[in-house]
Design a protein around this ligand. Sequence first.
Ligand code: NAP
Length: 312
Amino acid sequence: MGKRKIAVIGVGKIAIDQHLPVIDASEDFELAATVSSRGIAHNGLPVFRTAAELYAAMPEVGLVSICTPPGVRHTLVREALDAGKDVMMEKPPTTTISELDDLIAHAKRLDRVLFQTWHSQYNAAVDRTKALLAEQGVKSVRIDWRESVRKWHPGQDWVWEPGGFGVCDPGINAFSIFTKIMPFPVFVESANLTFPANKMTPVDVEIGFKSGQAHKPALSAGFNWLEESGEIWTVHIVTGTGNDIKLEGGGRRLIVNGELILEHGDAEYAGIYDRFADLLDQHESDVDAAPLRLMSDVFLLGARTNGPAFSW
Ligand code: NAP
């Protein structure tokens, strides 16, 4: 079978950093076109201002990868499904659970493949940690997710608008690891969200979780978007048997009792496209709503504080 033709919708930072190079190198996919409101083409391929123009001009393209901000994704995914396309979505999937539920139901109704990506889950060290926790249980978890918004979202005003998630945009990556590795369900118990006085989304969030487990594990997370010293993307776990586990580098480095067990480079987006190819082969959807559900609860339960104004 030849390569599958795919179009990328929304040619911004993540499309340019990851999706386009990974598709270029893929044995399963071949980029056919881009959809870009600013008219950004790739490798001289056709570029369309809207998805509708792509669907009309190139009906042979059966797949789309939607790399826009989450606020416009529900409309774009619905439009793609209605046009008979199988769809990959960047994270966070949508801005609300009800939109995501609608997309899952719509894909099922139309018998299309819908794939929700959570890139941080595509790390061997995350899989190894999940296996360790399944064997040993969990006594405590502390998540620290700190990075620079200026580095990772340069000039992106949408992150500060309602539905842009603020620091919970990277924070949901931590949740996608957390919900994957935990051997029991977790719930938000409390949250404190600090908003820059001139912005609509939080820049700093501190969260406490409960679990309903009799041994009352201590579970907490902190996200911050003004960390200029480099990324701190760490999940620190003490297991039920007393082992100290650090998952660092956003899920790429596993340290147990101070000993480096596993470290690997960036294979996240290659893994995502491999998974999409498998789903297409099996004609199956894969949408994990757990990280978005947990993050919605942060916003539902959270207390709000105003902090200093933000400027780029
Ligand atoms: P970005 O640089 O702002 O790019 C998003 C692109 O989507 C824009 O360049 C634009 O492309 C298109 N778009 C369509 N409607 C838009 C709207 N209403 N507002 C803004 N852009 C619109 O953002 P990004 O960093 O690539 O993030 C996109 C998604 O990827 C987000 O959900 C984010 O969480 C996720 N993600 C980002 C990173 C990262 O490192 N930044 C990492 C992993 C995942 P055209 O001009 O071509 O239409």
